[in-house]
Structure formats: C-alpha cells, structure tokens
Ligand binder design. Structure first.
Ligand code: SF4
Ligand code: SF4
Length: 135
C-alpha cells in the first residue's frame, strides 16, 4: 500500500468529469478530498490524499495525466517574503483559498498563512520569487 498527497489543476472543460469516482471505482483507490476550489480564472484545483496498491496508484496517476490534468505533489509549507514582494497581485488570482488579499486602503498584499493548503501554485507563479517552499 502507498499514500500520496497531490494537487490537481485542470481546465474548465474537465470540471464535470467524474475524476474521483474513476480513481475509486476503476483504480481501487481510497480518495480523501482535502480541498476543492475553482480559481477566478476558472481552473479547477483539487487537493487529494490517495491511498492504494502501488500499481493502482501509478495507474490512477497515469489516467489523470492522460485526461489532461496537471499533477503536483503537495508541499509542506510556504514562506512569503514581504521585502521581495512588489504587490503585483498575480498570486491573488491563482490562490485557491484566498491566502493573498489586496488591502483596499493601502493597495498592498496581505498574507493569511492560516488559510494556506501548501498547494504551491503561487510559488511557480510569482515573478519576483517572493514566495518559497520551506522544507
Ligand atoms: S505574485 Fe509575488 S510579487 Fe506579486 S503580489 Fe504575489 S507574492 Fe507579491
Ligand atoms: S501555496 Fe500559495 S496558492 Fe497554494 S494555498 Fe498557499 S498561498 Fe495559496
């Protein structure tokens, strides 16, 4: 048996696909949905913990890739460096849980770490490397 925590990102036209149903029924996996969200630019983000026989896990992940879903491992923690941040707001649109918000009085980014599910989407998106993975 093996267990993986993964972040799935998929386009709007795959939102109605029975992805978790297929993982359970066709690949005999135990699926725990940790978080599900749709970003403002209409990407679906699903954070899953999946468990099963090694071969079933591999086959299930191959199925997800085949239908066009991007898979990233769930990272542990992230750190925001206010000094590097230019408040460009790119991360506001990508974060599925609303960790980054614009303070309308100061027009500065605020970071609410408690809401973070460590999906890593902002880490790859930030042009100024103001968000990084903490190992
Ligand atoms: S994308 Fe990076 S630089 Fe832009 S607001 Fe977010 S953390 Fe700051
Ligand atoms: S890793 Fe970044 S995008 Fe993901 S939930 Fe945390 S702050 Fe939001």
């Amino acid at each position: 048996m093996g267990k993986k925590r993964i972040v799935l990102t998929f386009p709007h036209d795959l939102l109605d696909k029975p992805i978790t149903y297929s993982l359970i029924k066709e690949y005999d996996l135990i699926v725990n949905i940790l978080k599900a969200n749709i970003t403002p630019n209409e990407l679906g983000v699903l954070v899953l913990e999946i468990e099963g026989q090694k071969q079933n896990l591999e086959n299930g992940l191959a199925y997800l890739k085949k239908v066009g879903i991007e898979i990233e491992p769930l990272i542990q923690d992230i750190k925001w460096d206010e000094q590097k941040c230019t408040h460009c707001t790119k991360c506001v649109t990508v974060c599925p849980t609303g960790v980054f918000v614009v303070n309308r009085d100061t027009m500065q980014i605020e970071f609410n770490k408690n809401k973070c599910i460590a999906c890593g989407l902002c880490v790859t998106l930030c042009p100024y490397r103001a968000v990084e993975i903490v190992i």
